[in-house]
Design a protein around this ligand. Sequence first.
Ligand SMILES: *Cc1c(COP(=O)(O)O)cnc(C)c1O
Length: 365
Amino acid sequence: MVLPLPAPVVTALKKASDELADAGTFRGYGPEQGYDFLLNAIAGHYKSQGAHVEADEVFVSDGSKCDTANIQEIFGLDNVIAVTDPVYPVYVDTNVMAGRTGEAVDGRYGKLVYLPTTAENGFDPELPKGKTDIVYLCSPNNPTGAVMPRASLEKWVKYARENESILLFDAAYEAFIQEPGQVHSIYEIEGAREVAIEFRSLSKTAGFTGVRCAYTVVPKELKARNDKGEFVGLHGLWLRRQTTKFNGVSYPIQRAAEAVFSPAGKQAVGETIAYYMENARIIREGLGQAGFTVYGGVNAPYIWLKTPAGLGSWDFFDKLLNEAHLVGTPGAGFGSCGEGYFRLSAFGIRENVVEAVARIKAKIA
Ligand SMILES: *Cc1c(COP(=O)(O)O)cnc(C)c1O
């Protein structure tokens, strides 16, 4: 990411830092889940998006990477996990490290259920054949840039309700959705509060990649069975996990995060996102004109391109590096179904994006 923090965020960060310099306003340990001012701002933001989330169902953290990585700790090791392929690697690797998977064969781990997400199914994963216990979904998607249609999310909520599955919904890129009517939160879907946990981050939304602040929602209706077959609330389990292992995000960062949801903050963040999405348009349209098959880039800051002439992802990486002096991310790094694809990011400076597209047109197409 190249654009600086929005001005209202920096103002809030400085003011809160000054408060810590004064004995009258100094703060030490805060609530592990986050200060009320931020929890209320987040709940209000959900409300404005047509989703019902209570302030005390929000858990503020230092990142969605940690949250999507740590969430598996509250589940038993015998749960069957489903992931899309390609996938954000954190979901897979943390389950491997926890010992929930079998041997790796040809880049795929035993016991994991892989859901191919390719051009053939419109980058909209099909339901697993049988019951799975935990399903990781990411929309808008990293790496494919696809957003899951409302009808598809309704289908997943129905599946989860019928199979007593838990959906782990990663909405780190929801703020990049441009098309009206697309789903920003899983809680816009009826019945989702009983089956889904949602993760959101200010990293991509507001340039917080280095500042670090994210949040996770665990609705109080959400339950899963323990080994005795009794239903247990996941809100209480996650609260216990966080209060045991985490002491909260620092006060100035939470004030900075609060500013993201203020009218001035929303305005500034909207401008930053518009800049990146214009980059995405330039890449998507430029490569399309050059004859590439491109996906994504409409509701997400990623363009997912089909490598030309059946080149492998890494062959295309080498070609791009050697012939155009550009780098991107080989699709194969996100899973075996990413082979033959390549991810380009819109998080660049405009003139570099324009130059990169010109070089691809001149040297690669
Ligand atoms: C970047 C990203 C995150 C957010 O990570 P942070 O730890 O909040 O910076 C979460 N999920 C996906 C899919 C991402 O690409």
